[in-house]
Design a binder for this molecule. Structure first.
Ligand SMILES: Nc1ncnc2c1ncn2[C@@H]1O[C@H](COP(=O)(O)OP(=O)(O)OP(=O)(O)O)[C@@H](O)[C@H]1O
Length: 264
């Protein structure tokens, strides 16, 4: 059972500076405070270079913060990575080219000792979900970029994680597939109660998916606004509803407000 009193992810006073050689130091993130509750869906949005991917990489323990603390379900980011407390779907699909699509999806289950029949059943279910059932026997390089991305999402979901870290996972998908995947992701996160941190450049996507949209600004990367999204439901009609447009406008204005401060 999930302990609701412990944040899924908590960042406190987090800074990240990169040493960029002769170009000097780059402050990618400064003073980041963010807590994501168990089961909460939070999107990160902001202009290119504002540190969205860096923030995700810190949570996933692929980078270390220069200052501040990060915890994942009350553990250090490092321990959470060792314990594989989350599923990851990042921009590059990161599939193993020599394994079939099915074997890629089964990989985390295999690593954790699940038997052959259980793995196969779960992989079938997930490949059905992402619309790739008939490609189970293909190698990743026989699929388009968007299809590879869907395999990566299926793999991230394989172990029913209580946290998903997703960095522009739908960026390479056509609009119709993207909307279908958004619907599936909402359904999945609601059904499984998993928390999600989701990086996107799309305002409507962030609004459709999220409980809160975190708006970031660059140089240095900071959180400039947090917009709560209060939609009663997410279904096929949601994108046509006045509440949806109002939320899109609120996020757009938060992004614009920041851009106009920078230009002035
Ligand atoms: N390994 C690194 N070494 C040096 N600088 C880096 C490194 N990784 C990121 N940066 C810098 O940190 C800043 C934030 O980069 P990051 O990729 O996190 O931004 P982003 O918001 O995800 O951008 P995008 O929307 O374009 O994907 C940028 O200025 C980038 O150049």
């Amino acid at each position: 059972m999930t302990d609701q009193s412990v944040a899924a992810v908590s960042l406190t006073g987090v800074d990240k500076t990169f040493d960029a050689g002769r170009a000097g130091a780059v402050t990618a993130l400064s003073g980041i405070d963010l807590a994501v509750a168990p089961g909460e869906f939070v999107s990160l949005i902001g202009p290119s270079g504002c540190g969205k991917s860096t923030l995700m990489r810190l949570v996933a323990d692929l980078e270390r913060p220069s200052a501040g603390t990060i915890s994942v379900f009350g553990k250090s980011a490092h321990q959470a990575r060792l314990d594989q407390d989350y599923g990851i779907a990042f921009q590059a699909a990161g599939l193993l080219p020599w394994r079939s699509v099915r074997a890629n999806v089964e990989l985390p289950l295999q690593v954790h000792g699940m038997g052959r029949a259980g793995r196969a059943a779960r992989a079938d279910e997930l490949l059905e979900l992402v619309g790739l059932a008939e490609f189970a026997g293909h190698r990743p390089d026989q699929l388009s970029g968007g299809m590879q991305q869907r395999v990566a999402i299926a793999r991230a979901l394989a172990e029913r994680p209580r946290l998903l870290l997703m960095d522009e996972p739908f960026g390479a998908l056509d609009e119709m597939t993207r909307e279908r995947m958004q619907g599936e992701l909402v359904r999945l996160s609601t059904q499984t109660g998993c928390a999600v941190i989701f990086v996107t450049h799309s305002i409507p996507e962030a609004v459709y998916l999220s409980d809160r949209v975190v708006v970031m600004s660059p140089r240095p990367g900071r959180i400039s606004a947090v917009v709560p999204i209060e939609l009663s439901d997410r279904n096929e009609d949601t994108r046509e509803e006045p509440g949806f447009f109002a939320a899109v406008t609120a996020v757009r204005e938060a992004l614009r407000a920041r851009a106009s401060v920078e230009l002035s």
